[in-house]
Write a protein that binds this ligand. Structure first.
Ligand code: DX5
Ligand code: ZN
Length: 234
């Protein structure tokens, strides 16, 4: 089982969101993006309640698990993550992120994810301040800053969320924690330098990777190439 703790905060990790893949070609496109250099696969699960859209669930993840060795980065945009986390762990999740805005107890949900043998992450919608997650940082392996309103791929990057990335970077450094900072939503060539310079090291990208006009190898390379800026940010 792959473990995000084996990677350091000073590495750039690319996590393509399969929402932008062609679902008829899903297995093959996931193989292709991992061969192109992506370390993670970002799997966006939506329940139509926490966010206004429905995507896919356990069966899609367990099918992909049978043929793909990447680190499965499951993003649960669902209202009851405590109830469903064990099923996603069994389906093959390596890392599970859930939302601060969900209905379940946050500490219990983190503990449940860990008890299933996965690493845990917490995410927040654009209107939620970074400080809301500070009390949980010491037990999380990753925080996920949304740079769009969660629910749909292909939206425009929200510039004002960059300050939130920087706030997490400062707090994680101040407390000397081992917590990755992931960004998700509208990430690509135009803004990768900015998010990395502010401290993000795990980059989710759907449209800019699966729909890149020059192909996935080029798309993944563009994201990894921001590494230099991370060295100065940390
Ligand atoms: C949005 C999802 C994202 C999204 C990213 O709710 O969490 O992971 O699919 O896709 P792009 O990169 O196209 O914004
Ligand atoms: Zn996501």
């Amino acid at each position: 089982m792959l473990d995000i703790r084996k990677f350091s905060r000073s590495e750039i990790l690319v996590s393509p969101s399969i929402l932008a893949a062609d679902f008829c070609e899903l297995g093959r496109e996931c193989d292709e993006v991992v061969a192109a250099g992506a370390e993670l696969l970002h799997l966006d699960v939506m329940d139509g309640k926490l966010v206004p859209n429905i995507s896919f669930g356990v069966p899609v993840i367990s099918s992909l698990r049978k043929r793909n060795q990447a680190l499965f980065d499951v993003h649960l945009m669902i209202d009851r993550p405590l109830f469903y986390a064990p099923a996603f762990a069994k389906a093959g999740a390596d890392h599970i992120t859930f939302h601060y805005e969900c209905s379940d107890d946050l500490d219990q949900t983190v503990d449940c994810i860990h008890a299933q043998g996965c690493t845990a992450g917490m995410s927040l919608k654009p209107a939620t301040p970074a400080e809301a997650l500070f009390p949980y940082l010491d037990k999380l392996e990753m925080v996920l800053v949304m740079t769009v309103e969660p629910g749909f791929g292909g939206q425009s990057f929200m510039e004002d969320q960059v300050l939130k990335i920087a706030a997490f970077r400062r707090e994680i450094a101040r407390r000397n924690l081992n917590c990755h900072i992931e960004v998700d939503g509208g990430i690509g060539e135009k803004n990768v330098n900015k998010v990395v310079a502010n401290g993000a090291n795990v980059l989710v990208a759907g449209t800019s990777v699966f729909r890149h006009p020059e192909g996935m190898v080029k798309a993944v390379k563009v994201l990894h190439d921001a590494k230099e800026l991370l060295d100065t940010a940390l």
